[in-house]
Design a protein around this ligand. Structure first.
Ligand code: MN3
Length: 199
């Protein structure tokens, strides 16, 4: 069984205008798809062929000679997580246990978003900024390139800060893109379910 590009959880134009159909057509239809296609070529005929994606990532993480496999496998996983972390009519202030925990941890929702934006700006080059659960605590962490949080640290929500994620809509304005993610796009139901599974 080859890896397949997972379907988007909404229509390509469903996040307009905060995240345009044009951006998704490239970001999902070209970038994400290319990671899937390249991963399939890299594992074809190896002992990794037919293994679940998480197993492939775990098997090659930290192995220099397997870096291309890790990069493509991790990018497949990260992008699927990213798409699930947005929804039409998303964003705003989360309620429930996760919302309470964010306020308790960061001081306020607004301060959380400010800290997250600072992490996004502070990520030099390409990478990802994550809200994670770490031993019952919430943290904001950023990872370079295709890297992801390593268990037992559990990702709850992610913002892709590779330029391909935002350049068509926001040009170089990574802080505006990140602010808009939390104002209009974040799928807090997804993050809350991830939190409930690990807290
Ligand atoms: Mn991307």
């Amino acid at each position: 069984m080859a890896f397949e590009l997972p379907p988007l959880p909404y229509a390509e134009d469903a996040l307009e205008p905060a995240y345009s159909a044009r951006t998704i057509s490239f970001h999902y239809g070209k970038h994400h798809k290319t990671y899937v296609d390249t991963l399939n070529k890299l594992v074809a005929g190896t002992d990794l062929e037919g293994k679940p994606l998480e197993e492939v990532i775990g098997a090659v993480a930290g192995k220099a000679d397997k870096q291309p496999v890790f990069n493509n496998a991790a990018q497949v996983w990260n992008h699927t997580f990213f798409w699930n972390g947005m929804k039409p009519g998303g964003g705003g202030v989360p309620g429930g246990d996760l919302g309470d925990k964010i306020v308790a941890t960061f001081g306020s929702h607004e301060k959380f978003v400010e800290d997250f934006k600072a992490a996004a700006v502070g990520r030099f080059g390409s990478g990802w900024v994550w809200l994670v659960a770490d031993g019952g605590a919430l943290k904001i962490v950023s990872t370079p390139n295709a890297e992801m949080p390593v268990p037992p640290v559990a990702p709850l929500l992610v913002v892709d800060v590779w330029e391909h994620a935002y350049y068509l809509d926001y040009q170089n304005l990574r802080p505006v893109y990140t602010q808009t993610f939390f104002d209009k796009l974040a799928n807090w139901d997804f993050a809350a379910a991830n939190w409930a599974a690990v807290k």
